[in-house]
Write a protein that binds this ligand. Structure first.
Ligand SMILES: [Zn+2]
Length: 287
């Protein structure tokens, strides 16, 4: 073999290696919140690399502000996922100049409108619809791995079955239970369970970082001191002096407290997280 043929052969081989490497490079998906990133990773498997912007369980997502580092994190993404209806307007703004990105606005996709409770990921239907959308987008962007996305998606849907079963069981036993909360994070799950949620106005004020009215505060205090509710759902991630005070009042009057977080704790998956929170509800009701 002549030197030139050897060189061109090696060159062809390296080109081939480079292009197959390029094909195999994972697709970058960026999600505004970690629970959406988790579902995207479960559907995309080894063929995607996901990152999430809000994942710190000690941060109140309602008060999140964008840093330059966050802006950079979306630059090489192919798919961006955000919640919508005002929850993460900063993400829609960040994505404005990125026209080649596939943008998934989860709230619009699932038929929600401005003014609805923004914590839509607490409705498991939302995650099923999102997983389907992710599967479809990935299959279009990367048809070579269509079968893998289909397989992963089916596994995700199957892994949600215990959650549906759990909701069904709790609903049959406890529908109509009256509960209250410091913040409306658990609203969609309460609706699934058929629970009656009191003091919504107060909860919205905490969510919006505004002051609840005197009558809203009084009504919630009465619900606790007069034991009108089965438990107080306490959002551990969206707190202020008022919510701390309510927690203390519930403890003083021996009203059960169920903790919940706004975003997914570290080192878990959406299904485990929701299951764990349902366990918290169940434990209190079975006492
Ligand atoms: Zn919230």
């Amino acid at each position: 073999m002549s030197l030139s043929r050897l060189v061109s052969g090696v060159f062809a081989l390296s080109v081939c290696l480079v292009s197959s490497y390029a094909l195999a490079a994972p697709i970058h998906i960026v999600a505004a919140e970690n629970f959406y990133a988790d579902v995207a990773k479960q559907v995309g498997g080894d063929h995607v690399e996901v990152s999430s912007i809000i994942s710190n369980p000690d941060v109140n997502p309602h008060l999140f502000e964008v840093s330059p580092k966050v802006a950079r994190s979306i630059s090489d993404a192919k798919i961006a996922i955000y919640s919508g209806i005002g929850y993460d307007d900063w993400m829609a703004k960040l994505l404005a100049g990125h026209d080649k990105l596939v943008k998934i606005d989860v709230a619009s996709m699932t038929g929600h409108e401005d003014g609805d409770n923004p914590h839509i990921w607490y409705d498991p239907h939302t995650m099923l619809l999102l997983s389907l959308a992710i599967k479809q987008e990935l299959s279009q962007l990367d048809p070579a791995h269509k079968a893998a996305y289909q397989h992963n998606w089916q596994a995700f849907v199957k892994s949600m079955h215990p959650i549906w079963k759990r909701i069904d069981t709790l609903r049959q036993k406890y529908a109509g239970t009256e509960v209250t909360a410091t913040e409306p994070v658990f609203g969609y799950m309460f609706a699934e369970l058929g629970f009656k949620v009191r003091n919504l106005g107060f909860q919205m004020a905490v969510m919006n970082d505004t002051d609840p009215s005197a009558s809203q505060i009084k009504a919630l205090h009465n619900d606790l001191t007069e034991h009108k509710v089965a438990f107080l759902l306490y959002n551990n991630q969206v707190t202020d002096p008022m919510t701390d005070q309510l927690k203390a009042l519930a403890e003083k009057h021996k009203v059960a407290i169920v903790g919940a977080t706004e975003t997914m704790p570290k080192g878990t998956h959406y299904q485990n997280w929701i299951n764990q929170e349902l366990t918290g509800v169940q434990n209190v009701l079975e006492k």
